[in-house]
Ligand binder design. Structure first.
Ligand SMILES: [Zn+2]
Length: 466
């Protein structure tokens, strides 16, 4: 008994020495929850599942299927309560960038794919593009922000806050929590029955490689897109009614399949054991749909299954990439709508002599830009990402002008960066709020856009006891 207990305690520590994180996708759990709480939905889900299964078989056996790249318009909805989950535009763009690298097999770490799987590692032929036009035809950055305490739950409820038509946009929700795990997605057969829940929910710290995320977590969004396009976990499907929920690494998973012919049968891995054999053959531990956190590839079979989904009417996936929809969402690669000048800063309060990073997140089709920050030293006045050093204490105004070769837009943020004296401020702060000049540059009102706010006034009087 003692030995067993010791093993249980030690395994989580030594089973994943590369990083403390565990890749946990909530897709299976969320589907099980739907079927338990809404059994009336099961007939519709089963019908869509059978339709998509039949269409997938037809597509895979068709010799005329297209190998073109499918463009998917995407919108990110940041559901936040002014906390760290309110991630920057730059972090979201970084997430889209890394997902596209992986979907197009352009990630440099594909050179690490083990020899046995090099031949079936596929360019998935899918590209995400942030929408330039919203459902009303108005210009958009492809990012919306909404204040809600539902961010702390991150289940399907968040989709009731906002959802753009799911047959026109992939809706990605960024929350403080994603039902307790890294992310989850609704598979197309469920999304067809419950379109108001279609979309991907991401815990904010798993979007991209910068900001609240890190490089290690860059594959989670790619994994969820796999689900969104009908891929199951590589150890087998359990997102269909009446299937049992199968946890990763359960020996019984050898009895189940992911309905993809070229992925070896496996029980699934949470550690990056590249020589792992769990069901008789070498496992594809580096697959994006496993949990091993060293993912580098989709297989040819998985690509075909995703393309089949994109050619099916189930959940309207075949409308996403249609020429008409790409024009309607501004993702047709022909027209760039210059409609927003905007930048992000990694820090807004520094000490004299320190640096910050500014990122141009203006939209769209920017071909020229000029930064202007009086009193500061800039690494470049025209690059999209610059380092800025502030030699002296004070508050600094930042201006950015961007253009697309024809038109120009500008944005100016007054007193945007606060630079404190080099020695900083003493550990304890005494502030009488009597000096507007000190207040303006030593204090920042947060949240600045909140319903409840602060402003400097002069209506009070000195308390008699002071
Ligand atoms: Zn998953």
């Amino acid at each position: 008994m003692t030995r067993l207990l010791l093993l249980l305690i030690l395994f989580p520590v030594f089973g994943f020495s590369q990083h403390n994180d565990h890749f946990k996708c909530a897709t299976d759990e969320m589907h099980q929850q739907i079927y338990l709480t809404h059994p009336e939905l099961i007939p519709g889900v089963l019908r869509a599942y059978e339709q998509l299964k039949q269409e997938t078989n037809q597509f895979i056996n068709s010799s005329t299927r297209s190998q073109d790249t499918y463009i998917i318009p995407v919108v990110f909805h940041v559901i936040h309560n002014y906390g760290p989950e309110n991630i920057s535009d730059a972090q979201i763009r970084d997430g889209v960038h890394y997902a596209n690298l992986q979907l197009r097999k352009l990630n440099p770490d594909t050179t690490d794919i083990v020899a046995a799987f090099e031949g079936i590692a596929a360019d998935a032929g899918i590209e995400l593009r942030l929408a330039q036009l919203d459902p009303d035809g108005n210009c958009t950055s492809g990012i919306t922000r909404h204040v809600s305490s539902l961010t702390y739950i991150g289940d399907h409820q968040v989709k009731s806050i906002v959802q753009w038509p799911p047959d026109k946009y992939l809706n990605v929700y960024v929350c403080n929590q994603a039902a307790g795990l890294a992310g989850h997605a609704l598979l197309p057969h469920a999304a067809d029955t419950i379109p108001q829940w279609d979309g991907i929910v991401m815990q904010h710290a798993y979007v991209g490689t910068i900001g609240t995320s890190d490089f290690f977590r860059r594959t989670v969004l790619t994994h969820e897109i796999g689900h969104y396009l009908n891929l199951q976990h590589i150890w087998g499907g359990n997102n269909v009614p009446n299937y049992f929920y199968l946890p990763v690494a359960n020996a019984g998973n050898c009895d189940y399949d992911d309905e993809v012919a070229d992925t070896p049968n496996t029980i699934g891995w949470q550690s990056c054991n590249l020589s792992g054999i769990s069901c008789g053959d070498l496992d594809n531990v580096q697959n994006y749909m496993d949990y091993a956190y060293c993912a580098r590839m989709f297989t040819v079979g998985q690509r075909d299954r995703m393309h089949a989904c994109l050619n099916s009417s189930v959940a309207g996936r075949n409308n996403l990439w249609s020429p008409t929809n790409l024009i309607a969402t501004g993702t047709d690669d022909v027209t760039f709508y210059l409609c927003g000048a905007k930048f992000d800063a990694d820090k807004r309060v520094v000490c004299a002599g320190e640096s910050i990073t500014l990122t141009d997140v203006s939209y769209h089709g920017i071909t020229e830009r000029t930064w202007n920050i009086p009193g500061a030293t800039l690494s470049s006045t025209t690059d999209s990402l610059i380092t800025v050093t502030f030699p002296q204490a004070g508050s600094y105004t930042i201006s950015l002008t961007v253009g697309n070769g024809t038109d120009q837009l500008s944005v100016t943020e007054e007193n945007y960066i606060v630079v404190l004296p080099q020695q900083g401020i003493q550990n304890f702060v005494i502030e009488d709020f009597e000096s507007p000049s000190n207040f303006d540059y030593q204090w920042i009102v947060y949240p600045q856009e909140g319903a409840i706010n602060w402003e400097l006034g002069n209506p009070g009087k000195i308390h008699p006891n002071l």
